[in-house]
Design a protein around this ligand. Structure first.
Ligand code: ATP
Length: 354
């Protein structure tokens, strides 16, 4: 049975490695609930505290204050190997001198199971991780992706209640990362294990998560479904970190907004008072671009063909620079640098930052 992971008021302070009288507040007042069977990613730039948070959940790091619960059991004082949690690392941490099979059953052997049970469990996990045919090989006869699968197999064969991933795909090339993240997600859903997954890759986070925890400077900036953190970012940091964003100055007018003298209605009304100056998030793909007509006139400063989209940097008259992505650029070709064109933001995707 999968278990919820509940984190309450969690803090971690390290004494600074540079000057012992100073402290580094790596994780600050974090509250988080991961529902049973959900996959939640901890996402943020280097140094934001995501690994420290994961390591406290695993039991490798002791919290300065706060509680870590698996279901209704408080885990703070429980040793890592007694938490029913398994961790998959970036460096696979598999034993080079043992075969794939022996790597997978390593933890099970410590449990003194009857031989037949051990073999049955191992066979099932080798099967679902696609390693059956390679079980007698030594790890140095495997590709990076296959080694990562061994690490995954070794974690899930223990039937943990909570599965923890610390940037598991960082050592793989881009194509393999995409395949492996789909595999990890399918496996986690099939087994119904509660999972926490650390990454600094926003596309990876968006593609595999039920919910994303965006962290910055030890603090949780937002927790939400992938579409929420993308379309309704709670802070400027989140908008900027997840995808590309244009920040557009505007004013609240009669429940809508005014941008450079033009009025727009809002799909999601803002609670900011009438007349207040606000900042809007406008995603590059939410702007229509035309040679003939539109809401604002603009000049092309840069045009790049990226295959599925053309990425434009525009100087929008009276507003400033915007990034605009146009899909299917192969069909229409690019507007050249210096061209005068028109842009129209999609009202539905204008988002007022709280
Ligand atoms: P990365 O993606 O680079 O691994 P991260 O988001 O996982 O970054 P953490 O490793 O959790 O960040 O580190 C958070 C902060 O805590 C950083 O400022 C880091 O320097 C500090 N820190 C981490 N471990 C220790 C330690 N053992 N002693 C002192 N400071 C530490």
């Amino acid at each position: 049975m999968a278990e919820a992971v509940v984190i309450r008021g969690l803090n971690k302070q390290f004494s600074s490695p540079d000057s012992p009288d100073r402290t580094v507040h790596a994780v600050r007042d974090v509250n988080l609930t991961v529902e049973p069977g959900q996959l939640v990613t901890l996402l943020g730039p280097s140094g934001c505290g995501k690994t420290t948070l994961l390591r406290m959940i695993a039991g490798f790091e002791e919290p300065t204050s706060g509680d870590i619960m698996f279901g209704d059991r408080r885990m703070n004082d429980v040793a890592p190997n007694r938490r029913d949690a398994a961790m998959v690392f970036q460096s696979y941490a598999i034993f080079p001198h043992l075969s794939v099979y022996e790597n997978v059953v390593f933890g099970l052997r410590l449990k003194s199971l009857p031989a037949a049970d051990l073999k049955a469990k191992a066979d099932r996990i080798l099967e679902i991780t696609g390693l059956t045919a390679m079980q007698n090989r030594s790890p140095n006869q495997l590709s990076g992706g296959q080694q990562q699968r061994v690490a995954l197999a070794r974690a899930i064969v223990m039937e943990p209640k909570v599965l923890l991933f610390d940037e598991p795909l960082s050592n793989l090339d881009a194509k393999l990362r995409e395949t492996m993240r789909v595999e990890i997600r399918e496996l986690q859903q099939r087994l119904g294990i509660t999972a926490l997954y650390v990454t600094h890759d926003q596309i990876e986070a968006m593609s595999i998560s039920d919910r994303i925890v965006v962290m910055n400077g030890g603090v949780v900036e937002q927790v939400g479904a992938p579409w929420e953190v993308y379309a309704r970012p709670a802070t400027r940091f989140v908008a900027d970190f997840i995808g590309k964003a244009n920040f557009v100055p505007g004013k609240v007018v009669d429940g809508g907004v005014e941008i450079a003298g033009q009025k727009f209605s809002l799909a999601h009304p803002t609670d900011q008072p009438n007349g207040s100056d606000v900042e809007l998030v406008l995603r590059p793909e939410a702007v229509a671009l035309s040679a003939d007509s539109g809401v604002f006139a603009a000049t092309v400063k840069r045009a790049m063909f990226l295959g599925n989209v053309a990425e434009y940097l525009l100087e929008v008259d009276g507003i400033g620079e915007w990034l605009v992505d146009v899909s299917n650029p192969g069909e229409v070709g690019l507007h050249e640098r210096g061209s005068r064109i028109f842009v129209s933001p999609s009202q539905a995707s204008l988002h007022v930052l709280p």
